[in-house]
Design a protein around this ligand. Structure first.
Ligand code: ASP
Length: 332
């Protein structure tokens, strides 16, 4: 939704932050898709992310979002996204309504509609983070809400804040994004993190490789978009074909919960595994990433490999979400 939402007015804030117009273009906006982020906005968020990281390293937290409340509404399981949004809000001095473990204990189990739940939560909060199994659910919520809504994953659609932290991690690990060869492996069909990261990378001078079984290939529409934009792109079934040249290997889980036919899941679930033998073929400066959870596709022995960035990626998620919450709430 492209208009500015309602933001809280706080009376104890002396600086001009609430009244300034910040040129980040995010204040008071919903965050539904990565398509809202051009390179300037990304640079802005990443700059703020570095500042948040520095601030946490120095003093642990601050009062930037004191007096603000975040409602975290998760209709699908989550560990990292929910925990990092909560940690982000708390480190910035704000409060949280966490409905993350048991939507079944909320009125949703009594049959309440998503718009009604959203209209209720916004009576208590200034921003709502929503995860939901259906594509388009966050857009529906945003239309119902007068406060900004942040999409924390809508089914097999998008996961924009994960893509922000993924891109930030690439930048942080390798010092640049332009010029890189990025290979994505695994469930490219249902993987919303793959869809969102692909859309962000389209804005850069990168070349992309997609590795999956036939059944889990990248959706055709997304592939056609890459081709139309002139991005060098190739598909293969074999990690061995991409490993030597990749700067980034972005591994994803085959997502059991997205299959309606369990035999199809069984056919592809053990499609690949990244082991020390596979990594022996990779560049010494390559970055190994995963949105997590992993269920066998990366050998834990690799956790001590300096190229394994997935736990640093997890931590970056908190800093990126701190930057994003501050921007959306106009406390840049
Ligand atoms: N945590 C990621 C997501 O929510 C990836 C996954 O679940 O496999 O999409």
């Amino acid at each position: 939704m492209d208009y500015v939402k309602t933001l809280p007015r706080l009376f104890d804030i002396e600086d001009t932050a609430m009244t300034e117009t910040h040129n980040n273009g995010l204040t008071g906006r919903d965050v539904l898709s990565v398509d809202q982020f051009d390179r300037d906005k990304l640079a802005y968020i990443f700059q703020r992310t570095y500042e948040m990281r520095e601030m946490v390293a120095q003093v642990g937290g601050c009062d930037l979002l004191k007096g603000h409340v975040l409602a975290c509404l998760f209709y699908e399981p989550s560990t990292r996204t929910s925990a990092s949004f909560i940690a982000a809000m708390e480190r910035l001095g704000g409060g949280v309504i966490p409905i993350t473990q048991g939507v079944q204990f909320s009125s949703v189990s009594k049959g309440e509609s998503l718009p009604d739940t959203i209209r209720t939560l916004e009576q208590y909060s200034d921003v709502i983070v929503l995860r939901h199994p259906e594509i388009g659910s966050s857009k529906m919520a945003a239309e119902a809400a007068i406060v900004p809504v942040i999409n924390a994953g809508d089914g097999t659609g998008e996961h924009p804040t994960q893509a922000l932290l993924d891109l930030f991690t690439i930048l942080d690990e390798l010092g640049r994004i332009d010029g890189l060869k990025v290979a994505m492996v695994g469930d490219l069909r249902f993987g919303r993190t793959v869809h969102s990261l692909t859309r962000l990378l389209m804005q850069y001078d990168v070349s992309l490789r997609y590795v999956s079984p036939e059944l889990l290939r990248l959706p055709m529409a997304l592939m056609n978009e890459l081709i139309d934009r002139g991005i060098p792109v190739r598909e293969t079934h074999d990690v061995a074909e991409v490993i030597e040249n990749a700067d980034v290997l972005y591994v994803t889980r085959v997502q059991k919960e997205r299959f309606s036919d369990p035999t199809q899941y069984d056919e592809v679930k053990d499609f690949f595994r990244i082991t020390p033998e596979v990594m022996a073929q990779a560049k010494s400066k390559m970055t190994l990433m995963h949105p997590l959870p992993r269920v066998g596709e990366i050998d834990p022995v690799l956790d001590s490999d300096p190229r394994a960035a997935y736990f640093r990626q997890v931590k970056n998620g908190m800093f990126v979400r701190m930057a994003l919450l501050a921007a959306v709430l106009g406390r840049a």
